[in-house]
Ligand binder design. Structure first.
Ligand code: UT7
Length: 332
């Protein structure tokens, strides 16, 4: 079984910025509450013309360029999203067509905010077994499309974006050193969009009952997140035969700064080892981790040979973590 790692990264953020001041005009909230309870100051919102595939294609192009491979060299495209352009065809198919990745197999993966980690774990297996050589994993969400902008409990949290990684073979002992994935369907009601599927297909009633929007039990999700962020990162480190002393950078899902702080505390890491961008983008679901990773790499913050822990949680409920040794040369 060969070693697999990230050999290219990319991201795309829509131009439109929604600030806390903007939200103050939409619901009964204020900048002080949002910053102190979440750490978020602004988020990006896709334009009316943009759907998830548009964001994903831009992130994918950048990741291919950074990997130095063409779209034709891709064997598989996995798009992790809960906001596909439409129920089917898969957004991965739309992305494949637009990228010109004619030889690539395609599928979407639904694991909410943990989707990118599930995508990395899935994609890397195909390379490890020798079936494929290059896999593009994209985490993309346009949560603004399913956010209820009359609900102050949720609308201040979410933003839109896409992040991507090309996976490929790397030298032995580098790349992904472990994965830890988990799910607990008994918590499915804590965070969901109940309308639009086979249980509650779109109807006048489903619209009136606001079933096409995200509904969330914030306090319970918070408690769950605090628990699993720490435990899954610890488990991934254990599987990699490492301890917290070996960690150079932690890249957590960007949902709430207080959740991140608690995880840092549990893991005994200092804040300068943690990549945080939620102040600028809010919670972008499956895009949060790859966008943070891309920024940390391109800014020169993470360097070749360093050990990273990616860790996330999300609706499902789901969680996941991975330990990896960074293999990419600095951006010239
Ligand atoms: O990717 C996973 C997605 N979701 C999450 O990660 C969410 C996890 N949960 C959280 O981040 C937090 O629970 C929230 C940020 C959603 C809420 O923070 P909290 O400290 O748990 O607040 P709370 O729900 O306990 O509400 C406290 C008060 C309530 O008022 P009362 O009942 O005490 O009078 C809320 O109505 O804050 C009120 N509140 C707000 N006030 C101003 C809730 N949202 C807002 C708001 N502006 N936007």
């Amino acid at each position: 079984m060969g070693a697999v790692g990230i050999i290219g990264t990319g991201a795309y953020l829509p131009e439109k910025v929604l600030t806390n001041a903007d939200l103050e005009k939409m619901v009964d909230t204020n900048d002080k509450w949002i910053v102190s309870r979440t750490g978020i100051r602004e988020r990006r919102i896709a334009s009316e013309k943009q759907a998830s595939s548009d964001l994903a294609v831009e992130a994918g192009k950048q990741a291919l360029e950074s990997a130095g491979i063409t779209a034709e060299e891709l064997d598989l495209i996995i798009v992790a999203t809960v906001t596909p352009d439409m129920p089917f065809p898969a957004t991965a198919c739309l992305v494949q067509d637009r990228l010109g990745a004619s030889k690539a197999a395609t599928f979407d993966l639904s694991a909410a905010c943990t989707g990118f980690l599930y995508g990395l774990a899935t994609g890397s297996q195909f390379i490890q077994t020798g079936l494929y050589r290059h896999v593009l994993v994209i985490g993309v969400d346009c949560l603004s499309r399913i956010t209820d902008y009359t609900d102050r409990n949720t609308c201040v949290l979410f933003g839109d974006g896409a992040g991507a990684a090309v996976l490929g073979p790397v030298a032995e002992g580098e790349g992904f050193l472990s994965f830890e994935l988990g799910g607990d369907g008994s918590g499915g009601d804590l965070l969901k969009q109940s309308g639009g599927g086979s249980r509650h297909p779109a109807s006048k009633e489903s619209v009136e009952q606001r079933l096409h929007f995200i509904s969330m039990n914030g306090r319970e999700v918070f408690k769950f997140a605090v628990r699993v962020l720490g435990s899954s990162a610890e488990e991934a480190l254990r599987k990699a035969g490492m301890t917290k002393e070996d960690v150079d950078f932690l890249i957590p899902h960007q949902a709430n700064d207080r959740i991140i702080e608690t995880a840092i505390h549990r893991l005994g890491l200092s804040r300068d080892k943690v990549v945080v961008n939620l102040d600028r983008y809010g919670n972008m679901s499956s895009a949060s981790i790859p966008v943070a990773l891309n920024e940390a790499y391109r800014s020169g913050r993470i360097k070749k040979g360093e050990t990273l822990v990616l860790v996330g949680f999300g609706g499902g409920m789901t969680w996941g973590a991975s330990v990896l040794k960074w293999t990419m040369d600095p951006v010239s």
